[in-house]
Design a protein around this ligand. Structure first.
Ligand code: SAT
Ligand code: MN
Length: 582
């Protein structure tokens, strides 16, 4: 295979001169190719075949024990001007960055095959979709990209028609954490990643392209590339809604994306469908609404905690055609992780005989990679070229106190402020102080490819590009009482909050104006069969004015950290809250 796109042909040649592979292989995305690669990975020991009766076509990959997660301290945004990367990113001068990483790439593919993966983020025929090409020396990366993107011949044809594409160069190198860099060149629409085989560092279509590079592209082109799930909600009357929601890690994003409503809702005819669980690209349509696609074609999810009780839809998709990375294995060759069930595994994520003294059997960041089409709640609309119209944007955080169960923004600008300042409290699960508030704007702290001040300015400016923008909400499923018990049941019961949100979008449900935004009263929330004391719900919907005064002070300090690029609208909205609290 070769290409009629001269820029692509030249780049592949240039990379081959630098990295000196034995062979160059162009991925076509065919079924036959898939089988060939699986066999190759089995033969070289990168894959272990799992029990083919219980888990047909499922494979276990155990990574290097030092290469199990994203590495934010080794991730750089390389813009010409340092200030453009913002205080939210590590910056390196582009020329210096190229020199540094090219020295690592020099000759690194000797004796290996260089794979060229043309891919499309989003449905091949969607105008919202964007293409890229990843060059890698890892067949494991090829197989993950096959599940996570639309890759191969179809993507190459689109690149040949369109011309432009994002360039991603990757090598696993020697997996030496001291020779590892993930570098982004937004102004060149290119990525260079060396020394890691882990998803977020190596599957360049995902966080590197679809968030860091795309967020920059989106700013220049007038759209939004966000770290959001997309969920479809159909009412019993048959009205279809879509919401996009941003949550920092460990807030149940994949669970919400695949939510199963309480029994009563199902009986009444509510339907939930999953469009995406991680990334959302939104563009103003001619009707003034935001139209969204999930640029991904698969799920790269955390395995531990996935179970029949927490996320039956996710579990159901993992019995076939799945790559498992760093999970444990049972004696009969089935994948296993903490929280799955009460069996005891035979070997752990490092392939050792399981011994609880060594810690968890599955690595806490162990993953499954699976085609989205295997998810029982996957929406057919996910393949739509136009995308789906978004009715509501939801920002979530993990706050044990202060932040109500749900709040609606008064306006778009107020919604941007909510997103920009959404926070989580550190939990005992991580080392360091407990209960410290960490802000993670739009859940994009590790993923925004440019200065946060400019990013918020771009968000505020969307109101000039689309006149039917979604309503914006904040949610907090994680309030605790004095005894440290969660006050809200979460999981499927979150449907009750979604119902209120949808009702607000349709102007059918009530809200009270408060200093911090619009809140339901407990009567506005459907509590049928909830079995919860209404006084607890009242508590979850209260605004503690003096505590919010402190929050305003904290938010102001946070915004000031980003200097003069922060749009004035955010300070104006904050002052409005402050005035109303007084
Ligand atoms: O780090 S990954 O991008 O591989 C997974 C995630 O954080 O969503
Ligand atoms: Mn994510």
């Amino acid at each position: 295979m070769s290409t009629t796109n001269q820029a692509l042909a030249d780049w592949v040649k240039q990379v081959a001169e630098l990295t000196q592979p034995d062979q160059i292989y162009w991925c076509d995305g065919s079924e036959a190719e898939d089988q060939k690669f699986n066999q190759m990975l089995l033969d070289d020991g990168s894959y272990k075949q799992l029990n083919s009766e219980t888990h047909p076509n499922c494979y276990l990959h155990l990574s290097d024990s030092q290469d199990v997660a994203r590495v934010e301290h080794l991730t750089f945004i390389c813009t010409q001007k340092e200030v453009d990367a913002g205080p939210n990113n590590h910056w390196m001068d582009p020329a210096a960055a190229h020199d540094k990483i090219d020295a690592l790439f020099a000759g690194c593919m000797k004796g290996r095959t260089m794979y060229v993966i043309p891919y499309c983020m989003g449905p091949i025929d969607s105008p919202i979709a964007r293409c890229g090409v990843e060059i890698t020396d890892s067949a494991y990366v090829v197989q993950n990209m096959r599940l996570m993107t639309r890759m191969g011949q179809a993507a190459l044809s689109r690149i040949e028609q369109e011309g432009g594409f994002v360039k991603g160069l990757h090598s696993t190198g020697e997996l030496d954490p001291n020779r590892r860099f993930i570098m982004h060149f937004p102004e060149e629409l290119s990525i260079k990643s060396f020394g890691s085989g882990y998803g977020g560092n190596a599957l360049l279509g995902k966080k590197c392209h679809a968030l860091r590079i795309a967020s920059y592209q989106a700013k220049t082109e007038g759209w939004l590339a966000e770290h959001m799930l997309i969920l479809g909600i159909k009412t019993p009357a048959g009205k279809q809604h879509y919401v996009a929601a941003a949550f920092p890690s460990a807030c149940g994003k994949t669970n919400l994306a695949m939510l199963i409503p309480p029994e009563g809702y199902l009986k009444d005819g509510w339907e939930i469908s999953t469009v995406g669980d991680d990334i959302c690209w939104m563009r103003p349509g001619e009707d003034g609404r935001l139209w969204a696609i999930n640029p991904e074609a698969g799920f790269f999810g955390v395995a531990p905690g996935t179970a029949k009780e927490t996320n039956p839809n996710a579990l159901a998709m993992l019995y076939q055609d799945t790559i498992f990375t760093n999970v444990a294995e049972t004696a009969d060759g089935q994948p296993w992780w903490e929280g799955l069930d009460d069996r005891t595994p035979q070997t752990d994520w490092q392939g050792r005989p399981y011994d609880p003294a060594n810690g968890p059997a599955a690595h806490p960041n162990s993953r499954f990679t699976v085609s989205a089409k295997r998810c029982p709640s996957y929406s057919a609309e996910s393949e739509s070229a136009t995308g789906v119209p978004i009715d509501a944007i939801i920002f979530g955080g993990r706050r044990a106190s202060l932040v109500p169960l749900v709040t609606e923004a008064r306006s778009w600008d107020h919604g941007v402020l909510m997103g920009a300042t959404v926070a989580s409290e550190t939990t005992a699960a991580a080392t360091g102080a407990v209960g410290v508030v960490r802000r993670d704007p739009m859940a994009m702290k590790p993923f925004c490819g440019y200065h946060f001040g400019d990013y918020w300015g771009h968000w505020v400016g969307m109101k000039n590009q689309a006149n039917k923008l979604p309503k914006v909400f904040t949610v907090n499923w994680f309030r605790k009482d004095e005894k440290g018990q969660f006050m809200w049941p979460g999981f499927g019961e979150n449907m009750r909050v979604l119902e209120w949100i949808i009702g607000r979008c349709d102007n059918q449900l009530g809200a009270n104006e408060t200093a911090i935004g619009l809140l339901p009263s407990s009567q506005d929330i459907n509590t049928k069969d909830l079995g919860m004391d209404l006084s607890v719900l009242d508590e979850l919907l209260k605004v503690d004015k003096s505590a919010w005064k402190d929050e305003v002070t904290s938010v102001e300090g946070f915004l000031r950290n980003y200097g003069s690029r922060v749009p004035g609208e955010l300070f104006r909205e904050l002052k409005e809250i402050d005035d109303q609290l007084s």
